[in-house]
Ligand binder design. Structure first.
Ligand code: GLC
Length: 746
């Protein structure tokens, strides 16, 4: 054989071995560590404590770490403290296994980005990835190396306060955004000092809590579980998410922390997840309250056997696993596998080589670059719901009256789940308007209400006075941040306190009125919408919410956000979402509404379709809706073919034109409907979106490529299948409009 060939064979063998080296090397490291560990040290790795709750027990915690009884802490954010605790683990314990340190870095660590539902409204995964990367760099710089984010819970119920932390009602949007969060947090390597381990949560279907009441039961059947609630988690696992957190809810009577089918069959076998699973806060021992276990010992047994590797704070593992092992109710292999999963992520994080924080490094917290990115994210998160031409505010506005409890609310604009962001760094709308536009426009301010729940109207007179003496009024209303987030469900999602009256009074002044709603969820705001000349919806925008809003109002930035949730007219319509099944009697939207029903109407005279006599069928705004200062025209929808076979693609092209006078971005959305399936299929499903920037007057072709796999769904035979048949396709600016075409799948 020629020398050259021999050389090539040796060379390729070398590269193959290198390519595999990290994997083997990693597993070798895991096995080497495991082989040296005592049972108690193994169980110690499964035990996580919250440092803040135990601060007064510091010496005991240090002792327990040295004895190898703690594998992880959450809520330590002081780098000096982190180093002290890591030193206890590395140098004080027999095995020297570093701690993994977690924190809820949900939408920023110090530099706070819009709440995740607001980031989803950007329909811009790049901006989400960048924000997560900023959060990771800031968090890791103080020693946090694990975040309990992204939350991927699909929610179709604005009563549920935690939708603020998620990416909305649609599985495709949530999947794309979840992937962006994971990539942003984890970067190119978990070992980088600007990366942290992601934790996709809450597994699973937590957002379907009955009645939108947090922690409540869910009853999601298998098809819906796979076709909606699992979709974003699968994508995030494919993106390499390092960890996953189980949820508080019981689904169909099975608490998520003991759901072996989901944790072992789906997550491990089907998806090949090789990170580790952590419970939610005491979700293991809360199974006693669920009534699915008799005591903490049984809870520990069920959870470890179902596949929960690490227990957050409830200490049933450290307490009962030794005797469960002796009793043969838990095997050593089960414990070993849990430890393997945790060690693997600690190795990937590089914690054995670099466990300590370099406290000499200059701080990157609130870095200018970070604040800039937070401002852009806030700008792109704003959704323009109405504009009769008042926006952007023109030269004719010499005096602007700023009114409302959220115009100067530095704490509340940060939104929910803020542990480390500081309100002192918030730039509020009022401050930004004065600073950035105060030379052009006289800004006069009267909050009128001290906070969103305030019912004290004693300052209304002054607010009306200011409004009457101004050229336009900017009212910023909405929710204090405490009204959304965990355990903060609402039965009534209209504006709280005297905010509704405030808007009504301002309307009566006859002055041009811009209403900005700053909230953690969709609210029922039809009255306020009707009273306003323009309305921007602004999910709690974070640190730079003020400067972003100021530039939007004056046209330096143009609104481009789209609704990540359907907005109901009335709370009684909930759940209300675009991707619903058609039912056997779909609303025709010509139904008689309550005020038009004739007296003594015959029982069947109104027809028999699915709608509300007092609220009709339609939402106030559909998923994907959002206006711009410019206008966009869609034309010339073209398909590359009218029929595809399995594993073929169909190319969809449309011409988009900016027909207005502002350079702007439009989120072009692609929806599909499978007209007939072995199970009823949704009337629409988002299958693609693109943010397109166009100069005024410019037009561009926008193309999507749809494969037959994109049409697959989880069907009767408990597998993902594609079925031949007819499909409709829409391309447009929201889920209720667009150019339509048809194609078939052979
Ligand atoms: C909370 C939340 C979870 C959070 C965890 C740690 O109860 O459900 O999202 O990450 O506990 O704070």
């Amino acid at each position: 054989m020629k020398t050259k060939n021999v050389f090539l064979i040796i060379l390729s063998a070398f590269f193959i071995s290198c390519a595999e080296l990290p994997k083997n090397d990693e597993e070798k490291q895991v096995e080497t560590l495991l082989s040296k560990m005592t049972l108690e040290e193994k169980i110690g790795q499964l035990n996580q404590l919250s440092f803040i709750e135990q601060e007064d027990l510091q010496p005991q915690i240090i002792e327990a770490i040295k004895e190898g009884k703690i594998g992880s802490l959450l809520n330590v954010v002081d780098p000096i403290k982190v180093n002290e605790l890591q030193r206890a683990a590395l140098e004080g314990s027999r095995m020297g296994i570093p701690l993994i340190i977690g924190r809820d870095v949900i939408h920023g660590f110090k530099t706070i980005f819009p709440i995740p539902i607001g980031q989803a409204a950007t329909f811009n995964p790049e901006i989400v990835r960048e924000g997560a990367a900023v959060a990771a760099a800031e968090a890791r710089s103080v020693g946090v190396n694990w975040t309990f984010s992204p939350m991927l819970d699909i929610s179709r119920d604005p009563r549920w306060g935690r939708l603020a932390e998620g990416c909305g009602e649609d599985p495709y949007l949530a999947a794309i955004m979840g992937e962006a969060f994971v990539k942003g947090y984890q970067g190119n390597s978990l070992a980088d000092k600007t990366s942290i381990a992601a934790c996709i949560k809450h597994f699973v279907a937590y957002g379907a809590a009955e009645g939108g009441r947090d922690y409540n039961s869910t009853n999601i059947p298998d098809h819906l579980m796979h076709n909606v609630y699992l979709v974003p988690f699968k994508k995030a696992v494919e993106a390499g998410a390092a960890t996953l957190m189980t949820s508080f809810n019981d689904n169909d009577g099975i608490p998520a922390s003991a759901n072996e089918y989901l944790l072992r069959d789906v997550l491990r076998k089907d998806w090949g997840f090789d990170g580790f699973v952590v419970s939610d806060w005491a979700s293991i021992t809360e199974m006693i309250a669920h009534g699915s276990v008799a005591d903490a010992k049984e809870a520990a047994m069920k959870s470890i056997n179902a596949g929960v590797d690490m227990e957050m704070v409830s200490m049933s593992y450290i307490t009962y696993l030794p005797e469960l092992l002796k009793e043969g109710k838990v095997s050593e292999k089960t414990i070993d596998d849990a430890v393997r999963n945790i060690l693997r992520i600690k190795i990937r994080l590089g914690l054995f080589e670099n466990p300590y924080v370099d406290t000499e490094e200059p701080s990157i917290l609130y870095a200018e670059e970070h604040l800039k990115k937070a401002k852009i994210a806030a700008e792109q998160s704003a959704i323009l719901l109405k504009n009769n031409g008042l926006l952007p505010l023109g030269e004719n506005i010499k005096t602007l009256a700023v009114v409302g409890p959220l115009a100067d609310a530095p704490h509340d604009q940060l939104g929910t789940w803020i542990f480390d962001g500081e309100k002192e760094h918030s730039v509020t709308p009022l401050a930004a308007l004065k600073e950035m536009y105060g030379d052009k426009v006289k800004i006069v301010f009267e909050p009128a209400l001290a906070y969103s729940r305030d019912k004290n109207k004693s300052n209304f007179a002054n607010a009306m006075q200011l409004a009457r003496s101004s050229d336009a009024v900017l009212a910023i209303v909405g929710e204090e941040s405490i009204l959304s987030g965990e355990a903060h469900s609402l039965a009534d999602i209209s504006l709280k306190g005297a905010q509704k009256e405030l808007i009504a009074e301002l309307k009566k002044t006859g002055k041009p009125l811009v209403v900005v709603v700053m909230a953690g969820r969709p609210l029922t705001i039809e009255d306020e919408l009707n009273a306003s000349d323009a309305m921007l919806y602004y999910f709690h925008p974070g640190t730079m919410g003020g400067p972003a809003l100021a530039d939007l109002l004056f046209g330096k930035a143009v609104p481009s956000g789209k609704l990540p949730m359907t907005f109901p007219k009335h709370v009684g319509q909930i759940p209300l979402y675009y991707g619903h099944n058609n039912t056997g009697r779909p609303a025709q939207k010509t139904e008689t509404l309550i005020d038009d029903i004739p007296l003594e109407a015959g029982q069947t005279s109104l027809g028999n379709t699915s709608y509300y006599l007092d609220a009709g069928f339609d939402p106030l705004f559909p998923f994907g809706y959002g206006l711009s200062y410019t206008s966009f025209e869609y034309s010339d929808l073209r398909l590359s073919t009218t029929s595809i076979a399995q594993n073929e693609n169909i190319d969809v092209t449309v011409t988009l034109k900016n027909t207005g006078k502002y350079d702007a971005a439009e989120v072009v959305q692609l929806y599909v409907r499978d007209l007939v399936g072995s199970i009823a299929r949704p009337v629409k499903e988002l299958k693609g979106f693109q943010r397109i920037n166009l100069k005024a007057g410019e037009s561009q072709e926008v193309s999507f490529s749809l494969s037959s796999n994109d049409l697959a769904f989880y069907g009767l035979n408990k597998k993902f299948i594609t079925e031949a048949g007819e499909f409709k396709i829409w391309v447009g600016g929201d889920s209720a409009s667009g150019l339509e075409a048809s194609f078939s799948l052979k």
